[in-house]
Design a protein. Structure first.
Length: 211
């Protein structure tokens, strides 16, 4: 894997009736920048801009990864691992097949992607369900699987939008710990959106507050 680069957002601006957001920031490799604030303050809008997803409202700004500008590129061309509140898994595939999917799309051999997927499932507590269909998993297990899918192919940065908000407190705490372990193994720039101030303090190395 190449040396991780700094994720940079420059001169971001978006405007809705009654809401205007202006910000810019950088996230260095190994950092976890948490975007925190109440509902409706624009956290997810900022997330979608960085991820390359469509957003409403007048907007301007640039997204850079090191010296490469990502602005205008489709999400799949940005090299970013993305996790959202609704775990994105293929319900008809097994846990192991889901975990290995990103490697399969990048031409990794069957044996190697099975090895890596098995290691990640072991690390994040899914070893006992690797043969089960993803549709049979609990919410917390699905999010663990979504985390594996986002990181296993070694993306250039990780973006997470309220990934634990639908879970109970115990599952949230467990998934937060899993995220820290995952990021330690793959220390790229990480951007996390949450409305939970305690979660922001627990998981972030820095916090960007939106009001």
């Amino acid at each position: 894997m190449s040396t991780p680069a700094v994720l940079k957002v420059r001169e971001f601006q978006v405007q809705f009736p009654g809401l205007k957001i202006e910000t810019q920031f950088e996230v260095a490799p190994g950092e976890r920048l948490v975007v925190a604030g109440p509902s409706g303050c624009g956290k997810t809008t900022l997330f979608r801009f960085v991820a390359g997803l469509p957003i409403e409202g007048f907007q301007r700004g640039q997204v850079w990864l090191g010296d490469v500008e990502l602005t205008g590129l489709a999400p799949e061309k940005r090299g970013l691992g993305v996790v959202v509140q609704e775990a994105l898994v293929f319900p008809q595939l097994s846990v192991l097949e889901n975990a290995a999917f990103g490697l399969k799309m990048r031409g990794v051999s069957f044996r190697e992607r099975q090895r890596q997927a098995s290691e990640w499932c072991e690390r994040l507590g899914l070893a006992r369900v690797v043969g089960a269909r993803a549709e049979s998993l609990s919410g917390g297990e699905r999010q663990r699987l979504a985390l594996i899918r986002a990181v296993i192919w070694k993306p250039a940065a990780l973006l997470l939008d309220e990934p634990f908000s639908a879970l109970d407190p115990q599952a949230r705490a467990a998934l937060g710990a899993a995220l820290l372990e995952l990021h330690a193994a793959h220390p790229v720039p990480l951007l996390l959106v949450t409305h939970d101030r305690d979660e922001a303090a627990r998981l972030g190395t820095r916090v960007l507050s939106l009001q």
